[in-house]
Design a protein around this ligand. Structure first.
Ligand SMILES: [Zn+2]
Length: 292
């Protein structure tokens, strides 16, 4: 069944939790390229994917958030872009089997059009190459996530939509200002995101990372107010990151995150998972709150 059919049945789908913080817990050091682990530490990455399938995820992502050529080039790994993305998707597909979904993760390039760091064509080519490799490796969804600039997100959505058959999800990262309004780092509101991302060709729109899950209720409401029909995906961090003794700590427990699930359902969420600091146990308890 395609994800569209499942969503049409009003089923709320469960996605997965963090990969980056999970890799760190498995011993990845700060200067390492996380995506090279798909090749050099394949079984550790597979173990993360399997943990989320065991926790009940209907959709798991891939360890490819920073695997665009533009980003990999910072590690001198640009020429291995296709190999790394194909490996990432094949690992998640191995864990997911044929009945669960694999969402190829695509993060920001770190280059800003606004600053003249990169051209539109360079961005498009970088995102196309990554999306094609993820699909070839076994992804049936491309998830463009942690975006804050509309222009980069639009180019990523178009590149994935025009060059693959995958379902396209895009999620941006918001924080709440003192007046209680949500904006990305680049000043984009949820309503502006919805308009631009639909125009670019996204099938599913939402938010990931940033603050904890409680603020996501307001984000879902704003998305639904802008478009009542677009499926919404939410992947919150396990709370706002705190820096203690040089270590990033996320304090929201699985139970705390799960306690907000009923309000997110009421607000209209369609796909629910976690971002930084969340673990398989967070996902399992969110699943329980969904009646699994
Ligand atoms: Zn995050």
């Amino acid at each position: 069944m395609t994800i569209h059919d499942e969503l049409k049945q009003n089923k709320i789908l469960l996605s997965d939790g963090a990969w980056g913080t999970f890799l760190q817990a498995k011993g990845m050091s700060p200067g390492e390229c996380p995506e090279l682990w798909n090749i050099d530490h394949r079984s550790d990455v597979l173990n993360i994917a399997e943990s989320y399938i065991k926790a009940g995820s209907d959709i798991i992502e891939t360890n490819s958030f920073g695997a665009s050529r533009l980003k990999l080039s910072q590690y001198g790994l640009g020429d291995r872009t296709v190999e790394i993305n194909r490996a990432a998707a094949s690992i998640s597909r191995e864990a997911a089997g044929i009945n669960k979904h694999v969402a190829g993760s695509v993060g920001p390039t770190g280059k800003m059009l606004l600053m003249g760091d990169v051209t539109e064509l360079e961005l498009y080519d970088s995102f196309s190459e990554q999306a094609i490799a993820l699909e070839k490796g076994g992804a049936d969804i491309i998830i463009i996530e942690t975006m804050s600039a509309l222009d980069e997100a639009s180019i990523a959505v178009k590149a994935a939509r025009e060059n693959t058959e995958c379902v396209i999800i895009v999620t941006m990262t918001f924080s709440k200002d003192p007046q209680g309004r949500f904006f990305t780092m680049m000043g984009v509101s949820p309503a502006e995101m919805v308009i631009s991302m639909k125009e670019a060709g996204a099938h599913i729109i939402g938010s990931n990372c940033g603050n904890g899950i409680e603020d996501m209720i307001g984000v879902v409401k704003e998305i639904k107010a802008a478009d009542n029909n677009i499926p919404v995906m939410i992947q919150a961090n396990a709370g706002t990151p705190e820096f203690i003794d040089g270590v990033t700590v996320y304090r929201e427990t699985p139970g705390m995150m799960a306690s907000f699930v009923p309000q997110l359902i009421k607000a209209g969420v369609n796909i629910l998972g976690g971002c930084c600091g969340t673990t398989p146990e967070h996902i399992r308890q969110m699943g329980k709150a969904l009646g699994r």
